[in-house]
Structure formats: structure tokens, C-alpha cells
Design a protein around this ligand. Structure first.
Ligand code: MG
Length: 272
């Protein structure tokens, strides 16, 4: 049994590059096959919807499929024996209810954000079922500028938050993000955070990289500086290689580290 029992990886920017062919790297394939064969569980923790995550996985074509999909930076699914995905517990339902409540309470804020975006230009608002759920900016610089305005507009709405990934942004309730979704998965699976490794590359990964839900953290070399900083603060591993190869290195690093820790503990125990 591997020392890491649950691996929570982001997908875009962590396992695949934005300009890559989307295929699984040879080294990650070897690493995940060995890890999974030893009994380790794997969750993809992504901003994608289930449908888009499945599409991405089909192209990625890993030697083993993930056991869990944590989607839209908030929902938790598990894989059934027939390969289909089902909601894991009641989390997704509660999550949707709380977002409904937030939308009702903060409707005025969404209207203000949409109006401001239209005035600035270069910002595409994303609507789902008649509701504003996020936006995409033309450049990352424009995202930085517009976010300052969003922060000012939303200052009085305490439950309002957002998840950002490059030029994409999704509004959310402050209690729902990759970290709390991972926490719920650990609760459902009876998983000790000391046996969990989380890896990501961008702002929306930071909530799962603070050491709370995953005691072990990592990022590939291509991660943004804010993520590298967060990973270092939580005593994690910043890889020297990009994307999936960096995550394969992280997995090997923590397996080695844990094994050495156990050996040290065992020898101290023997002396005593
Ligand atoms: Mg990413």
C-alpha cells in the first residue's frame, strides 16, 4: 500500500499544458499505474464540468482512470464499476442550494459586475440558465485590473467569492472551492489528510494547497509564483519539471520521504 493513499491533481496546467496535445506523459503513466496498482486512490480536482473532464480524460488516456472527479471547483463525484460518474453523498445538492441562496442574496452584485464589465470591454460574461456565473477576459492583465473592481464591488457580500484560472473566473460561495471539495471527499472516504497529496498550478488550486485537507502539497515547475509560494509555505514540493512529469516526481518524492520517515520512527522506537 503506498504511503500516499489519495492523490488530488488539478488537470489543465498541472497534468497537461494549455498548448499540448493533451496526452498523458509516459512517466506520469508509469507513476500513476504503479501508485494505483499499490492501492492508491486518484482524484482529478478540476474547474471543468463532469462532461468536459470526461472529454479531457478520453484524450489524456491514462493507463488507469481516476476514482473520483471533483468538478467545477466544488462538486464531488465517484466512478462506478461501469465507468459512469455519480454524485458522492449529498454534498453537490447542498452546494447547489447554497449557490441558489447566494445568487438570490447577491443578485444586485452580479448586475453591477456585468454592467462594469460591459463598460470596460474585452470581458465576456458567462451565463448559465439565465444567470451570470463568471467571465473570461481577453488577457491576464485585464483580469488583474477587473478583479480589483470586482473586489471593491463585492466587499459587502461576505459569502461571495470566486475561483480564478488564468483568464477564466467562476463566481462561488466562499465555502466552496477545491479545498472544501477535497475535504468532503476525505470525510466520505475516511481518509486521513496525512495520507493525501494535492497538486495544482493556478489560483483556483490554492485552497487545496494550504496543508489543511492534504498534508502533502506539490506543484509542477510551470505553476504560477503564488502557487509555488503557497506550496513552499505548507512544506510541499515544487517540481523541477513541468506538468505531469513534475507530478510524477512529486509522487516519487513523497513516497520516498514518507518511507524514510517511517524508517526513522521505527529505529527510534527500537532504541527506546
Ligand atoms: Mg490548472
Amino acid at each position: 500500500m503506498p504511503n500516499i493513499r489519495l492523490l488530488s491533481t488539478d488537470f489543465d496546467g498541472t497534468l497537461i499544458g494549455f498548448d499540448s496535445d493533451g496526452r498523458c506523459s509516459t512517466e506520469f503513466a508509469l507513476a500513476i499505474r504503479e501508485y494505483h496498482a499499490g492501492g492508491g486512490l486518484w482524484a482529478i480536482n478540476t474547474g471543468r464540468s463532469v462532461e468536459h473532464a470526461v472529454q479531457g480524460l478520453r484524450r489524456f488516456d491514462p493507463p488507469v482512470m481516476p476514482d473520483f472527479l471533483l468538478t467545477c471547483e466544488r462538486e464531488v463525484y465517484r466512478r462506478l464499476a461501469d465507468g459512469q460518474w455519480e454524485a458522492h453523498g449529498h454534498w453537490n445538492e447542498t452546494c447547489r442550494q447554497r449557490h441558489e441562496e447566494l445568487y438570490s442574496l447577491a443578485e444586485e452584485l452580479y448586475t453591477l459586475i456585468a454592467a462594469r464589465a460591459e463598460k470596460i470591454g474585452g470581458i465576456e460574461m458567462i451565463w448559465e440558465e439565465g444567470r451570470l456565473v463568471g467571465f473570461v477576459t481577453r488577457t491576464e492583465e485585464l483580469m488583474e485590473t477587473f478583479l480589483k473592481e470586482v473586489d471593491l464591488l463585492s466587499a459587502d457580500f461576505v459569502d461571495f467569492s470566486y475561483q480564478r484560472n488564468t483568464v477564466y473566473l467562476r463566481f462561488c460561495h466562499r465555502d466552496y472551492h477545491k479545498g472544501s471539495a477535497l475535504g468532503e471527499l476525505c470525510r466520505l472516504e475516511g481518509m486521513d489528510p496525512a495520507r493525501v497529496l494535492a497538486a495544482g498550478d493556478h489560483y483556483n488550486d490554492i485552497p487545496m494547497l494550504d496543508g489543511r485537507h492534504a498534508r502533502h502539497t506539490a506543484c509542477p515547475a510551470n505553476a504560477i509564483e503564488a502557487v509555488k509560494h503557497r506550496v513552499r509555505l505548507s512544506g510541499g514540493y515544487v517540481a523541477d519539471r513541468n506538468y505531469a512529469d513534475g507530478i510524477a516526481d512529486a509522487l516519487a518524492f513523497f513516497e520516498r520521504k514518507e518511507a524514510e520517515g517511517f524508517r526513522t520512527t521505527a529505529s527510534v522506537g527500537n532504541v527506546m
